[in-house]
Design a protein around this ligand. Structure first.
Ligand code: FES
Length: 75
């Protein structure tokens, strides 16, 4: 099923990017043909997929703040 209509990116592609290490919506956009970077309507759905994939990870508490800091420091 297509999750980002603007960029025609599927849930499957988003999930694959998450499994490959994407931790933020911006990282998903970089890995998935710009998903979430056009109208932005899909960003909440992308965040939900990030959250659900990380919810069982024992490193969640350390990982998410570090990923956010890296994303904000990127040029
Ligand atoms: S639906 Fe994803 S950016 Fe518009």
């Amino acid at each position: 099923m297509i999750l980002c209509i603007c960029k025609a990116v599927s849930e499957r592609e988003i999930d694959a990017a998450v499994r490959a290490g994407a931790k933020t919506v911006a990282a998903i956009g970089e890995r998935c043909s710009g998903a979430g970077t056009d109208c932005g309507m899909c960003q909440e759905a992308i965040e939900e997929r990030l959250e659900s994939s990380c919810s069982s990870c024992p490193r969640l508490r350390d990982c998410r703040p570090a990923a956010a800091a890296l994303a904000s420091a990127a040029p």
